[in-house]
Design a protein around this ligand. Sequence first.
Ligand SMILES: Cc1cc2nc3c(=O)[nH]c(=O)nc-3n(C[C@H](O)[C@H](O)[C@H](O)COP(=O)(O)OP(=O)(O)OC[C@H]3O[C@@H](n4cnc5c(N)ncnc54)[C@H](O)[C@@H]3O)c2cc1C
Length: 292
Amino acid sequence: MTDAPYQFFSVEVLRTERVTPSMARVVLGGPDLARMATAGRDQRVKLFLPRPGEREPVMPDPARADWYDAWRELDPEARGIMRTYTVRELRREPNELVMDFALHGTEGNGAAGDGGCGGTAVDAASGPATRWARAARPGARISVLAPVEEENAGYDFRPPEGTDWILLTADGSAVPAIAGILESLPPGMPARVWIEVHDPADRQELPTKADAEIVWLTRDHHAPPATVDAIRAAALPGGIPYAWIAGESATVKAVRRHLVAERGFDRKAVRFSGYWRRGASEDHLMAAAEAA
Ligand SMILES: Cc1cc2nc3c(=O)[nH]c(=O)nc-3n(C[C@H](O)[C@H](O)[C@H](O)COP(=O)(O)OP(=O)(O)OC[C@H]3O[C@@H](n4cnc5c(N)ncnc54)[C@H](O)[C@@H]3O)c2cc1C
């Protein structure tokens, strides 16, 4: 993942809850969670999920420093399924890791290609992480590759000193990250936030001390993404901005293009990350990145 210190943690599901119709929360526990650390904000970790019928994922030798090569050397049909998620919260006393999964696909709420945000099913493609989160029960085991130091390379939200205001955009998959970022902002920091979901019931309370104006956009599955148009129509504050954009890749690119090309944002002040791509699983994206 990075050169910062990371460790594999074997954890088990303690309990689950539905935060909203399309957001499943899984609370995980484990004896060595005391060693896990997080920077908060958009701290990412790698989850390793068991295959159907297995009790826990097949993992590489934890002693190997080159964990990614070690995982890749395992049989692709047998090794744990790797997915990238955000630490929603790392609690102490007791030690608990909270992860939120935007549900997409046909089983229940959410639809593939919808940002994991609810509504009727229109497309068959769910994914193993989503299926795992839907079915997770206390006692189910997964592994997590996570930092053991608060300052680590696994987060992107790093506004430079002198930033006057913050712009954030997300779909359902990046709501956990936006929640962490909003919690991290200093009191009174102006923030303009756009979050796109399909169902008004998928809105959440996002506590922050910042002076945040949060716009929840809702749209039909068949309609084009609404985030760019909403930002285009908005009067933005003056001063030096810092933008953090995440969600479906094409929307992320369009928002970035708008901010840099049409609004004149300094490109170094725009952090952007495609959290998923329509029609491509994370395995496909990893394979494409390696081939490139
Ligand atoms: C840094 C980072 C942090 C992330 N944090 C979170 C998080 O905290 N919570 C979270 O829910 N997601 C998060 N994601 C997104 C998540 O990793 C992807 O959505 C992942 O593809 C889900 O895996 P899967 O096994 O369910 O689907 P995959 O097997 O990867 O994909 C199967 C199909 O589902 C589609 N698909 C994938 N994700 C979505 C989606 N969200 N909505 C609609 N269709 C989709 C794909 O296009 C594909 O067609 C994060 C991604 C990154 C890069």
